[in-house]
Each structure stands twice: as structure tokens, then as C-alpha cells.
Design a protein around this ligand. Structure first.
Ligand code: TXA
Ligand code: MG
Length: 497
């Protein structure tokens, strides 16, 4: 099969004749790869089982990994789904068109080939003008997975699609480089609460802002899944996004990671070893093939992630070492893709087995952090405790704190405040203070130079945590919510289970 390439341009749009050709191919059951704002998609008529089968074949994709239906207008959603929950309506209003895919219970109009046999269907309205114009002109829902060969990084420019699918599909629409560079956020709306199945540019925080999260109703991470079930979340069952070279993520403090990566890289010939960093740190490396995933500015981190993974393959690199990219708004999405590309291979620079949360008196804030952390860390070999800087005589934890934790279902045993002492800190201890002033005091008192951070600093933020002292219940509630959010981030950074 000869693959025809046409183009769409930001200012000139389509050549009308070429657009008609593309539409004709889609309507007659053929395959057209097209640009979206996330990655390139491989489109077919989403109501045509045979066409969907061709998509699976062209990509070499397992038949039980479902496709996303792409629509151009809001009205096109109704016939595809059984119901639209109120929370989904709100998300649609805010985020469509855009990089957000929602999973609904499917109607009979959607063939099971498209949904991989599932009773649910994933739908997305892309923001890309060329994509929308194509879908609108075709007048059908366009089923489209990413336009890569199964298992390879998603395509972010026309050349990537050519590399993977030339000769296997009817047409490619060249729309230049995509904007975001990694796939949409997928949210399952079919359960009691929405569940993020795949993190993306639209973050948990952005979603929670729109649909609200009373108390502990925060959106949970994807549930784990048994091998024999159909995959509910992408990538859970299949290896995704992988480059040919072996990729290892080096997790740790930024400057320590740079040194370690350089050291690891020097074990290999310079043209065979790749280093994955960001624009801002490119010049810190002097050895190996150094590529960037994008800039820390303007939410463009990740823009070049897949592009760089492919580039390493082109350059014949056999080993890649990657930094971690925590601290950006899209950290969940970036680390998710990176860890998948690495197949979970991680070098940990610090091996903390113990964390001490420190505040002034050890009756409110640090005990709250201690008990929340104990409730979210499943690995019981990690020791979690809290201490104070000014403990003249031991006092029980503040009753408001206990009540608040209990009301959120966080177990909390009675305990009394304890002073931070030298013997509380060994080389595998991470010391986390609640404020900058406390950090300075600990540094001065114990002469610590590393493994000490304020909580916000540790997760890449600034300022101290809220202090509810003298405040009402709402102040305590606000502290609880802030701590919970920060501690989840901290746990993720540490790679703790
Ligand atoms: O940004 C994107 O979402 C891109 C562009 C082309 O729109 N598309 C994309 O498609 O990434 P794909 O097929 O590579 O990933 C879609 C993922 C699949 O891995 C699948 O597991 C999940 O969406 N999915 C599709 N239908 C689903 C459903 N009914 N329930 C749960 N997950 C579903
Ligand atoms: Mg894909």
C-alpha cells in the first residue's frame, strides 16, 4: 500500500481537495493518521468494526486494548454513551476541546471491536484545529489510538508516523510538531468517583478544582489490576512508550543525580550512552548523547520526551540514564511515561528507611503529618515518626488533631510530644520540617548538611505549611488537606509503596 501524505497548516489549513480525499478514506473504512494537540492519532471510522480491526493490525496492537473515539462537537457525544454523569458535564464544559479523555458506559452504537470488548467507551474532543476540522468533515466519530507501532513511543511529528506506519496505512496528515507531546489525561467516569486511568497535561489538581473534593473524596490513583482482566487503564498490561535502548531512571536530589548520571554514563562509549535531562540542565553534562524532554518554563516540560526517546534510537544509543522530573505541574504524567519507558528500572540515590517530621512543639502539625504518612505508606519497613524542637515537658497530641484525623478515617494512637535528639537521626533518616525557620534550627543544632528539607521544599514548592494555631476548625481542616496533598507528593518522590 502506498501511503499518501498531505498537510495541514496553522495558517493555511487544508487544501479542500486533499481534505475531501482524507474524509473519503475514513468513510470508506480506510486509515488516516492525523495530528492532535497531544500526539498523532491513527484514525478510522469508529462505527466500523472492519476499519477498527485494520487499526489494530497496522499498529500490531493487541485486540483487547481499546481505542478512543474522537468527536468534533459536544452533541456528538450523546449517541455514543448511555449516560453522562453531572461531574462529567462539568469537566466537558471546562476541558473540551482539549487533552482530556472521558470513559462512559457505551451505547449500542459503538461496536465492541472499538472498545476491546468492554462495555465502556473512551471519548475525547481534541483541541487541534486540523483534527477537529477533519472529524467534523467526516461526520463520524473517529476512533484513534496513537499513530505509533505498538510498544514504541507515541509520534509527535509526521516523520515518526512515517517511520512506524509507512506502507501500512492510507494517508498521513502532516501538521508539523504537536503542542503537548504526550497523550491525554484519561478519566473513568463510570464509577462512584472519577478515577484517573492515565495522568496527562490536565492534572489531578485541575480536575479537583472543577469537580471538588470534599474531605477524603480525592480522586484515587488507578486501581491495580489482575493479569487476566481486560486492561482498565492503559499500559497496565502492555509495555508502552519504550525506546530500543535500556533506560534507567536515576532518582534523587537534582545535583546529586547529575553527578551520578555522569558517573554511570562514563562506563560506556560516549556515542552509545544517552542522558535525558531538561533544557535548563543540558549544559551540566559533558559526556554522552545529551537530550532534553523540554523546558521547565511554560508547562512545556515533556514536549520533547518521546521525540528524544526516538532520537536516542536513531543515534544507536544502547543505554539511557534519565533524571526525574518532579516539581512541574505535569509531574504525574511525565514520571508515569518515563517509568513506563524504563520498565520500572530505577537507581535510588538516597535509601531512606526512616522519616522524622519536625515542628516546634510536636503536638499538632508534625504528629498530623506522621499519622497521615503512616496511613498512606504501605511499606511497613519504613519507620515514620515525629519530634519537636521545643518540648520542655511532654504533652499529649492536641485533641482537635486527633478528632480531625479520626473524622477522616486516619488511625491515630495516643502519644506524647518528644524532643528531637541526635539519636533520632542516622544516615538513612530523612528529616522534614514544616517551616524554613525550623529547618535552620535543626541544621544549626545538629550540624546537618543533607537529608534535611522543609516539606514543601522536598516536593519542589516554596513557603511553610499552614499553621492553624489559634484558628478554628476550618484552619485545622485546611492544614489536613494541605498535608495530605504534600505527603502524597513526597511519597511519590521517594518511590515508596
Ligand atoms: O492523546 C491521546 O489520547 C491520543 C490522541 C491520538 O488522541 N490517543 C491515545 O490513544 O493515546 P491510545 O490508544 O494510544 O491510548 C488510549 C488508551 C488505551 O491505552 C486504552 O487502554 C484507553 O485509552 N482506553 C480506551 N478505551 C477505554 C475504556 N473504555 N476504558 C478504559 N480505558 C480505555
Ligand atoms: Mg498509544
Amino acid at each position: 500500500m502506498q501511503t499518501r501524505i498531505i498537510s495541514w497548516d496553522k495558517t493555511d489549513g487544508y487544501d479542500p481537495e486533499e481534505l475531501r480525499e482524507a474524509v473519503e478514506i475514513l468513510r470508506s473504512g480506510g486509515l488516516v493518521a492525523f495530528p492532535t494537540e497531544t500526539v498523532y492519532g491513527l484514525g478510522c471510522d469508529g462505527t466500523d468494526e472492519k476499519a477498527a480491526k485494520k487499526v489494530y493490525e497496522a499498529k500490531g496492537r493487541p485486540g483487547d486494548n481499546p481505542l478512543i473515539l474522537h468527536i468534533a462537537e459536544r452533541e456528538e457525544l450523546d449517541p455514543l454513551v448511555k449516560e453522562i454523569p453531572p461531574a462529567a458535564e462539568k469537566l466537558i464544559e471546562t476541558f473540551w476541546p482539549g487533552p482530556m479523555t472521558l470513559v462512559f458506559r457505551k451505547s449500542d452504537a459503538v461496536p465492541k471491536t472499538v472498545t476491546g470488548g468492554l462495555g465502556t467507551v473512551a471519548v475525547r474532543m481534541p483541541a487541534h484545529a486540523g483534527a477537529r476540522e477533519l472529524i467534523r468533515a467526516a461526520g463520524i466519530p473517529v476512533a484513534a489510538p496513537s499513530a505509533n507501532a505498538s510498544g514504541k513511543p507515541s509520534p509527535t511529528e509526521c516523520a515518526d508516523v512515517v517511520e512506524d506506519l509507512d506502507g501500512r496505512i492510507d494517508m498521513i496528515i502532516d501538521g508539523g510538531e504537536v503542542g503537548i507531546g504526550y497523550e491525554s489525561t484519561i478519566l473513568d467516569m463510570t464509577g462512584l468517583r472519577p478515577v484517573i486511568l492515565r495522568p496527562g497535561f490536565i492534572t489531578r489538581e485541575m480536575i479537583e478544582e472543577v469537580i471538588g473534593t470534599p474531605g477524603d473524596e480525592a480522586i484515587p490513583d488507578s486501581p491495580s489490576l489482575a493479569e487476566d482482566q481486560a486492561p482498565k487503564a492503559p499500559g497496565m498490561k502492555y509495555r508502552h512508550y519504550a525506546p530500543k535502548a535500556e533506560l534507567t531512571v536515576v532518582r534523587g536530589d537534582e545535583s546529586e543525580a547529575v553527578v551520578k548520571i555522569d558517573e554511570l554514563a562514563r562506563q560506556f562509549p560516549p556515542d552509545k550512552v544517552g542522558i535525558l535531562t531538561c533544557d535548563e540542565r543540558m549544559d551540566r553534562y559533558e559526556y554522552g548523547v545529551v537530550l532534553s524532554i523540554g523546558s521547565e518554563k511554560d508547562n512545556t516540560l515533556g514536549h520533547n520526551l518521546y521525540h528524544s526517546l526516538r532520537e536516542f534510537d536513531h543515534r544507536g544509543v544502547t543505554r539511557i540514564y534519565a533524571e526525574t522530573f518532579f516539581g512541574s505541574e505535569q509531574e504525574d504524567a511525565l514520571m508515569n511515561r518515563l517509568m513506563k519507558a524504563a520498565g520500572g528500572q530505577v537507581v535510588d540515590l538516597a535509601n531512606y528507611t526512616r522519616v522524622v517530621f519536625v515542628c516546634k512543639e510536636n503536638v499538632t502539625i508534625s504528629p498530623m503529618a506522621e499519622w497521615i504518612m503512616k496511613s498512606i505508606v504501605m511499606d511497613k519497613s519504613i519507620e515514620i515518626c515525629s519530634r519537636g524542637l521545643v518540648v520542655l515537658f511532654s504533652e499529649p497530641i492536641n485533641q482537635k488533631t486527633i478528632d480531625l484525623l479520626n473524622s477522616h478515617g486516619v488511625p491515630c494512637e495516643e502519644q506524647s510530644s518528644r524532643l528531637l535528639r541526635e539519636e533520632d537521626i542516622d544516615e538513612n533518616t530523612l528529616v522534614i520540617t514544616m517551616s524554613f525557620t525550623e529547618k535552620v534550627k535543626v541544621v544549626e543544632a545538629f550540624g546537618l548538611t543533607e537529608h534535611i528539607y522543609t516539606l514543601k521544599e522536598f516536593v519542589g514548592l516554596e513557603d511553610d505549611v499552614l499553621d492553624p494555631y489559634g484558628g478554628d476548625e476550618a484552619a485545622y481542616e485546611a492544614l489536613y488537606l494541605e498535608l495530605k496533598d504534600l505527603l502524597y507528593k513526597m511519597k511519590k518522590r521517594l518511590g515508596w509503596q
